[in-house]
Design a protein around this ligand. Structure first.
Ligand code: HEC
Length: 118
């Protein structure tokens, strides 16, 4: 009886660790796509008055120019209600912005793998 219980515990531990590994298995591209979707899409979806933007809306050079020269200026006074009413530039951490930037450039209209944000 005692042996049997040990086996049950060991099996459920093995199952729970498999479970947590599969939950964490988001690739870096999937993560960046999710960040774009979470932080940009609610203001730049189809029919948005601020323009529709997903990675494949622009070419690489346009995304580079946007992130280098426009993002900060165009978003620092735009309040993001989805993230507690702070400006967009505060709602997105620098690390997440870097991932979003890379994703947009890697999947722009003039790349081999143009993508939307899903
Ligand atoms: C809370 C709403 C909001 C969020 C979130 C937001 N934007 Fe914007 N975005 C705007 C508004 C408003 C403008 C227009 C500003 C203007 O016309 O001066 C704009 C402008 C732009 C433009 C056009 C810039 C140009 O050339 O004039 C691009 C591209 C853009 N956003 C991309 C993004 C990306 C990428 C994200 C996510 C990292 C994002 N936006 C998040 C509201 C938002």
């Amino acid at each position: 009886m005692r042996v049997f219980r040990l086996v049950v515990v060991a099996t459920s531990l093995a199952m729970s660790s498999t479970w947590s590994i599969s939950v964490a298995a988001e690739t870096s591209v999937e993560e960046a796509q999710r960040l774009f979707r979470e932080h940009c899409r609610h203001c730049h979806d189809d029919g948005s008055e601020h323009g529709k933007y997903t990675p494949m809306t622009l070419i690489q050079a346009q995304w580079e120019r946007f992130f280098d020269r426009k993002y900060e200026r165009k978003h620092r006074k735009v309040i993001d209600d989805k993230f507690g009413g702070v400006p967009v530039t505060e709602a997105i951490s620098p690390e997440d912005l870097e991932k979003i930037r890379e994703f947009a450039i890697d999947h722009a209209a003039d790349t081999d793998q143009p993508m939307t944000c899903g």
